[in-house]
Design a protein around this ligand. Sequence first.
Ligand SMILES: C[S@@+](CC[C@H](N)C(=O)[O-])C[C@H]1O[C@@H](n2cnc3c(N)ncnc32)[C@H](O)[C@@H]1O
Length: 213
Amino acid sequence: MTALTTARARTPLRWRGIRRWHVLERLARERQWRRGAELGLLRGETYLYLLARLPGLTLIGVDLWAAAKSDAGDPGYRSYEGRPLAAFEAHVRGQAGEFGCRAIILKTTTRAAAERVADASLDFVFIDADHTVKGVTGDIFAWAPKVGKGGWILGHDIHFPSVRRAVDGILPAYREYPDFVWGVPKARTRFAATLPGGCCKPSRSQDFTERRG
Ligand SMILES: C[S@@+](CC[C@H](N)C(=O)[O-])C[C@H]1O[C@@H](n2cnc3c(N)ncnc32)[C@H](O)[C@@H]1O
């Protein structure tokens, strides 16, 4: 059994059948989130579910639907080679049309998309694109500033050793939720002094370290 299937088998019974979109829906309802972003859409399972279930939500969705530059040597790397990415994109765009301007789809890299989103403009970001250590690390630093006060930084696949390494290294206060979702309120986040792999040091404007005391 691989490390990943072992992690799945260890899922607590009470969490079985709960998917990432259920987790996000619940948090969004409890906290009345109105603006968010999902990084990595693939077939849009989470994206379309949230837009359908939460009529007050405007959701930015980011996907390149093509091979993005990444650290191919990292076991967390996925090339999506052989997957019908064009068909997935067409499906997401087709279904998203129903939600009008609440669905904002950016077909670009997650890093380029971050430059198009204003700082402190989101209630949450859900990071589920490049699963390498560098990918997750870079997405956290690029997107954490987009989340406003009281907002949340979340992501998927915390059972991937690469994802865990990145999140452990930067946001050690995160909690785990069903279906391998990780999340932390921005106010409770603290950057670790050193970053995994030594990449992407936060700039001053990206420092969202909690002010204690
Ligand atoms: C795990 S899938 C996303 C699954 C989706 N979040 C869901 O819940 O159903 C990852 C997606 O991220 C996209 N992706 C990977 N790296 C990316 C990058 N650097 N920029 C934009 N999209 C990327 C891939 O094309 C793929 O569609």
